[in-house]
Structure formats: structure tokens, C-alpha cells
Design a protein around this ligand. Structure first.
Ligand SMILES: Nc1ncnc2c1ncn2[C@@H]1O[C@H](COP(=O)(O)OP(=O)(O)OP(=O)(O)O)[C@@H](O)[C@H]1O
Ligand SMILES: [Mg+2]
Length: 477
């Protein structure tokens, strides 16, 4: 196989999915590899590589390489049609032996007599942290660029949900898995997930255009109640779609909470220790932001701590289950078959094991609710500069949409959630938990926006504001 690991490192550093851009790579070594197609030149290799950094750390990468006769290698995504062979290998259940193990290709949902990729092989035209390739406009294969030991939640949960008959993920039809002995131990690494490729509209773009159509002239006007009625009228279709999304989100949680046999997936009761650990994490983020100079007043630190305290003392908090892990409008697709949920890999910066940890499903719900807040604000940012008279004039319309979006999504979510028993019965407890998970997301957003888009810090701060205002009005009622 490849001779020039320095050469690979050279082009690897320019790839969007290379995560070590601000670190100094020292060397690259191939952990294992296999030639999967040598019928035409250049040959196609699959490889697991490890990049060692000058700071002492390392990252692992999955590479698909074309290797010419002189041993010089390039990213196979630059000769995309060569990847057609992956469709064939999955459909036939092929195995490609390496030096320390083997790369296994599986295709539970593929027909070996017509393997995907015979007609077309195209790259996914999207910025992403992995690399996806589309076969015949029908199957999309996502190659996990930074694989790790143990199951990848995207493959694991899509495999499970497809087998359970859940209709709101694109069916999982194939996979690539490595099994071998690396670093002295037996390891399994999930490398790729193939699903049916569906035509649809991205949820974020769809809801952003909803908000913009409400904000653009002719503008809506009136007092709060009139605005709400007008948004409800003009935004009816979008709000109904969010109701469907609430229903689909709960169906996913219901399906995940029904597993009884597989201990990786079966729900467990949320204990005091879980609540305590989750609250401690949120408390730590709060103090970190304060240490970075954000005022406790702006953060409403005292009141947020009070919410955390209530959360710590909950007696009953339902079940923790496997969850989507990074649910927001950018992860859902509106198709003729309704909403489809994509990308179960969780938050990419966290370790695989942490991403597989069971959580309260309400954490997913909180992610989606924060995303509505971002859609409302992105619509505003599109039309006005912060704090101008236009901005202040449009804000009540954006607020009315966000409030209705929340209400419709949550209403439908809670109705459907009753098909299983993973949430506490008490509506107030659900509200307390949800507010803490929203606080968690909003604090993360404050930290992110501070570093990237300081003008947007107002978005999560306003979210925190809403949470404490609601808690106050609840306490006084
Ligand atoms: N089954 C599918 N059918 C149609 N489009 C899909 C499908 N799966 C993924 N896509 C499209 O590809 C995009 C990227 O997919 P995905 O989010 O799984 O990749 P990713 O590498 O994890 O991306 P990111 O870096 O944004 O997390 C999606 O936003 C969606 O537009
Ligand atoms: Mg992702």
C-alpha cells in the first residue's frame, strides 16, 4: 500500500473535515489498510490513519485513497466515480482483509443483483464534517471521517430505528465496519452508514423562510394578541409542520424507549446522581462564562442557579434513553413522507462514549426549541441591524412566531410522548427539566457566539431572559 504518508499528510491538512487545523501535525501512520479495487488503475485503498500532533495528542482518520503505480496517493473523493465499488461491496457483503483485521461491508437493505452506483456516483454538495457520496440518486453513504473504537451512534441508532420500523429516518441499507487488533487490543470501528437518499427541504431553510415571509412587508402590526393571531393566520402552514415535527420527535423517543433487551439502548431510570451530575455541568458552564467576564446580571446567574437547585431535588425525572444527541432544524428534512431525522452522531466534539451515554429525551426537545429561537433571530438579522427602529419594530413579530412555534411543537410532542412512559407525569417537572436543558444549550451558545459572532450573543441571552421571566411569572401565579 501507500508509501508516502508525508504526502497524505500534505493534502489531508487542506480537507474541510481535517479537525487539527490549528495544531501542528508531526506524523501520519497507517494503522491498517486494504486495497479494495485494483481492477483499474489507480487502485482504490481504504485506510485507517493516525495523525500524531506536536502537542502530544492524536486523531484517527478514515481515508479512501487512489494509489497510482508509483505508490503516490490522493483522496479518492477527487476521483469520485472510483467510489462506485463501495456500493457493490456493500450489496454483496464483501470483506477486505487488512494486515491486522478486516474491513467489512454489509448491505441488509441492498439488492446484490442491482448494487447502488451502477448509474451515477456523486459527492454530496454540502459543507460537512464527514464525507458523503450518493449512488444513483437513491443511496447516500456517509463515511465517518474521524472514527473511534466502539459503536458510532449514527450507525447504531439508524440500524436500530430502521429495524424497529420507525418511518422517520431514511432506511439504513448498508454499513462499513472495521474489526481487528490495533494497539494490542481487539477493536471494532464503525466507518460508514448507507441510507436511502430522500428528496426534501432542509428544516432550517424552510423555517427561516417562514419567519422571513412574516417579517417582510407588508408588515404585521397590532398589540401582542393581535400579532399572535396574525402570525397564526399567515404562518399556519409552517406551524402545522412544526406540530408534525413535535409528533415525529416524540415517536422517535417512544421507539427508543421501548427497547428492552439491548442494554446499550434500553431505557434506565434517571437517578439523583444523574440529575446532580447534569446540573453540575450546567453550573460549571455558567461559572466559566462569568470567569470570562460576562456579567452575572446579563446571565441571570442567581435565577439560573435556582433552576438548577430545583432540578437537583426532583424526586421523579422519568427515564434516560438513547437520544438523537444534536437535534435542531438543520438536522431534519421535510419530504413527501413527512419529516425525516438525520445525523444521529451527536455533538462531534465529544468522545464517542459520551455521545452514546443515555440522556433525558427532553435534551433533544430543548435543542429543537433553541433552534426556533435562532430561526426567529436569523430572520430579524436578515432584515435589520440590531437595536435599530426596524429591528425593534419587527422583534414582536419574531417573538410571536417563536412563542407559537414552541407551543405547537411542544404540544404535539407531549401528546405523542404518552404512547410510552419515559417522561414524568407531572407537567411542572417536565417544565423544570426542559428549562435546565435549554439553559445548558443557551450557555453553550453564549460561549460559541462570544468567540465567533459577538452580535449574536444577544440571541442566547434573550433565551435565558425568557426562561427566568417565565419562572418568575410561574412563581407569582
Ligand atoms: N438520507 C438522506 N437523504 C437526503 N439527504 C441527506 C440524507 N442524509 C444526509 N443528507 C444531507 O446531507 C447533509 C449532511 O448530512 P449529515 O448531517 O449526516 O452529515 P455530517 O457530516 O454529520 O454533517 P455535519 O458536519 O453538518 O454534522 C444533511 O444536512 C442533508 O442535507
Ligand atoms: Mg454531523
Amino acid at each position: 500500500m501507500t508509501q508516502g504518508s508525508g504526502e497524505i499528510l500534505g493534502w489531508l491538512r487542506g480537507r474541510r473535515w481535517f479537525a487539527g487545523k490549528d495544531r501542528r501535525p508531526r506524523s501520519l501512520k497507517i494503522l491498517d489498510s486494504s486495497t479494495i479495487d485494483a481492477t483499474t488503475a489507480p487502485a482504490l485503498d481504504i485506510a485507517l490513519a493516525q495523525v500524531d500532533f506536536a502537542d502530544g495528542g492524536h486523531d484517527r482518520y478514515l481515508l479512501l485513497l487512489t494509489v497510482d503505480e508509483g505508490g503516490s496517493s490522493s483522496d479518492a473523493f477527487d476521483s469520485i466515480e472510483r467510489l462506485g465499488v463501495l456500493g457493490d461491496l456493500m450489496a454483496h457483503g464483501g470483506t477486505a482483509p487488512g494486515s491486522f483485521g478486516a474491513f467489512h461491508f454489509g448491505g441488509p437493505g441492498l439488492d446484490p443483483s442491482s448494487p447502488p452506483g451502477a448509474r451515477s456516483v456523486t459527492p454530496l454538495d454540502a459543507e460537512q464534517s464527514n464525507s458523503s457520496v450518493i449512488f444513483d440518486d437513491q443511496v447516500i453513504l456517509k463515511l465517518f471521517r474521524r472514527p473511534d473504537f466502539g459503536p458510532n451512534p449514527d450507525l447504531q441508532l439508524n440500524r436500530y430505528l430502521t429495524a424497529a420500523g420507525f418511518e422517520h429516518v431514511p432506511a439504513q441499507v448498508g454499513e462499513i465496519v472495521y474489526e481487528g487488533v490495533l494497539g494490542g487490543g481487539e477493536v471494532t470501528m464503525d466507518l460508514g452508514l448507507a441510507q436511502s437518499y430522500l428528496k426534501g427541504d432542509d428544516g432550517w431553510a424552510k423555517m427561516l423562510s417562514e419567519v422571513r415571509s412574516l417579517l417582510e412587508p407588508p408588515g404585521l402590526s397590532g398589540d401582542d394578541a393581535q400579532l399572535r393571531a396574525a402570525v397564526e393566520e399567515r404562518g399556519r402552514k409552517g406551524l402545522e409542520e412544526l406540530e408534525e415535527l413535535g409528533d415525529v420527535t416524540a415517536s422517535m423517543h417512544v421507539t427508543l424507549s421501548r427497547e428492552e433487551l439491548d442494554p446499550e439502548i434500553a431505557p434506565e431510570t434517571i437517578r439523583a446522581a444523574d440529575l446532580n451530575a447534569w446540573a453540575n455541568d450546567v453550573g460549571a458552564s455558567l461559572r466559566e462564562l462569568q470567569a470570562r467576564g460576562i456579567s452575572p446580571d446579563e446571565l441571570h446567574s442567581g435565577e439560573l442557579e435556582a433552576r438548577l437547585e430545583i432540578f437537583r431535588r426532583l424526586q421523579v425525572a422519568g427515564s434516560k434513553t438513547r437520544v438523537h444527541g444534536d437535534l435542531h432544524l438543520g438536522q431534519v428534512l421535510y419530504t413527501p413522507r413527512g419529516w425525516m431525522l438525520l445525523d444521529f452522531e451527536g455533538e462531534p466534539l465529544r468522545a464517542l462514549e459520551a455521545r452514546r451515554a443515555k440522556q433525558s429525551p427532553l435534551r433533544d426537545v430543548a435543542g429543537m426549541l433553541r433552534s426556533f429561537s435562532y430561526a426567529a433571530s436569523a430572520g430579524l438579522f436578515h432584515l435589520a441591524a440590531p437595536d435599530t427602529s426596524e429591528w425593534l419594530g419587527l422583534q414582536p413579530v419574531a417573538d410571536a412566531w417563536e412563542s407559537l412555534a414552541r407551543q405547537r411543537y411542544l404540544g404535539a410532542y407531549l401528546r405523542k410522548s404518552h404512547e410510552a412512559r419515559y417522561l414524568p407525569d407531572d407537567r411542572e417537572t417536565i417544565g423544570s427539566m426542559l428549562s435546565v436543558f435549554e439553559i445548558e444549550k443557551a450557555l453553550y451558545e453564549v460561549s460559541y457566539e462570544e468567540g465567533h459572532r459577538p452580535e449574536w450573543v444577544r440571541v442566547p441571552l434573550r433565551g435565558l431572559d425568557r426562561i427566568v421571566r417565565e419562572a418568575r411569572s410561574h412563581a407569582s401565579s
